[in-house]
Design a protein around this ligand. Structure first.
Ligand code: GDP
Ligand code: MG
Length: 439
């Protein structure tokens, strides 16, 4: 999802990470890179300029909070401003409710109705669906097929012309159901009678939620649709679909967020499971590479089967410098270490940002430093006092600080693994990934 935007944002941040000093020129370059990335994903130029200005002003004027480096400070500001750009999320309550789906033809209403039915079903609620689309031929069959696959009752009557009648009967038929989702018709444009119909349905059903379904490919134009539907039935949540199929997703997201209709969900594929709860924080973390878990899982699974990565062994306890190096090598094959670390169940453990930046250049340095260590030191780094560190640094043509960094890194990983092991008994990487991905 939003691969292109994500990778250009990541590149921009990586460039910043590679700078020796974070000065005005570095901030300006970063802002230019961010601008390019956002505009390419169709974010409105005005919004991009506001964001740029905010980042520049804050990065250059605000003092970094205590204990935070200039680089971390700038990263944090970029993160916060991007979250702000993507707006707010809307409430989803997990209890009895009626949801009215609105949107133009082809926006993904019917597909999303099925996905939502599945979402609430997974949360342990009884779900029922009503097909109020009397316009599109085969509408009932389409919805009914989706629902029968997940054992959700679907009410409809292809012979009845008036959606109001169907919904009235449908609501009666839905006794004992917690969540009723009503799929409506949508034509190619907003027509008067269509608007009237959805207003009537809204009044009749006293819907708890009126969710608007919008195709991400609309980019910035999404805001116009959100506005017009909002005027008609007071939309209280937007679902943006087809995020997987467009480079304009950033545009649609930011445009909708500008209208103050919160985004509830994102549709990112054609199957019934391809629905994600939208929350700006998580979304931006992922865009910035802190866990595009799905892609990562696939890569990780491939690497695990083919590489020497054996987290289970590491978790069993003994973890030497040699192990660390081996794991680093394996992890590096899988992608940015930060992504991997963000998947480990370390809870709220705070890690300094730079520990993740183990680039391949750094790996070479680590290798050289480790070559200057004795077997005893490699197996048990706790023996490394300052005179040994001096000796190793000298032998490797490195500074003692570099050696200490390597040791710090080792300790950090060891701690992280210990944290991950915490009370869980046998640690199962595959299972953990499934759990993270299947939320
Ligand atoms: N790739 C992708 N396709 C989607 C998504 N949501 C819906 N679609 C496709 O969009 C088309 C129209 O969807 P449909 O639910 O019938 O739209 P409706 O007319 O609003 O009910 C179908 O081919 C769906 O498979 C999505 O999140 N990703
Ligand atoms: Mg439909």
């Amino acid at each position: 999802m939003l691969d292109k935007l994500g990778s250009s944002l990541k590149d921009a941040l990586k460039k910043l990470a590679g700078k020796t000093v974070v000065d005005r020129a570095a901030v300006e370059e970063l802002v230019r890179d961010l601008q390019r990335a956002l505009i390419q994903s169709d974010v409105n130029v005005k919004l991009v300029m506001q964001l740029s200005q905010a980042i520049k002003t804050r990065a250059l004027d605000e003092e970094p909070p205590k204990g935070m480096t200039a680089r971390e400070h700038v990263l944090r500001i970029v993160y916060q401003e991007l979250v702000r750009l993507m707006g707010s999320t809307a409430e989803v309550k997990l209890g009895p409710q009626t949801i009215l789906m609105a949107g133009l033809q082809g926006s993904g209403k019917t597909t999303t109705t099925g996905k939502l039915a599945r979402y609430f079903q997974r949360k342990g609620l009884r779900v029922g669906v009503i097909c109020a689309d009397t316009f599109r031929p085969g509408a009932f069959d389409q919805l009914n097929t989706l629902c029968s696959r997940i054992n959700v009752p679907c009410f409809g009557n292809p012979k009845v012309q008036d959606a109001r009648v169907i919904v009235k009967d449908g609501l009666k038929a839905m006794s004992g159901v917690d969540v009723v989702i009503i799929d409506t018709q949508g034509r190619h444009a907003l027509e008067e009678d269509l608007i009237q119909e959805i207003i009537d349905l809204n009044t009749m059903t006293r819907a708890t939620h009126r969710w608007l379904v919008i195709d991400a490919a609309l980019g910035q134009q999404a805001s116009e649709q959100a506005r017009r539907f909002h005027q008609a039935i007071n939309i209280d949540g937007v679902i943006i679909t087809k995020m997987d199929g467009t480079a304009k997703g950033g545009g649609a997201l930011s445009a909708v967020s500008e209208t103050k209709s919160g985004i509830v969900f994102i549709g990112s594929g054609e199957t019934i499971e391809d629905l994600e709860r939208f929350d700006p924080d998580g979304f931006i973390s992922r865009l910035l590479g802190m866990g595009d878990l799905k892609a990562l899982m696939e890569r990780a699974e491939e690497s695990i089967s083919t590489s020497e990565l054996d987290i289970n062994a590491m978790m069993r306890g003994k973890f030497t410098l040699r192990d660390m190096y081996k794991q680093l090598e394996a992890l590096n094959k899988m992608g940015p270490l930060k992504q991997i670390m963000s998947m480990l169940p370390m809870g709220s453990m705070e890690l300094p940002t730079d520990v993740y930046d183990v680039t391949s250049t750094k790996m070479v340095r680590y290798r050289i430093i480790m070559d200057s260590m004795t077997a005893e030191e490699l197996d048990d780094p706790s023996v490394l006092g300052s005179s040994r560190i001096q000796r190793i640094a000298f032998g490797a043509g490195a500074t003692p600080e570099e050696v200490r960094e390597l040791i710090r890194y080792y300790k950090m990983m060891k701690r992280a693994l210990k944290g991950a092991r915490g009370g869980q008994g046998k640690f199962n990487m595959q299972r953990m990934m499934k759990r993270f991905g299947g939320m």
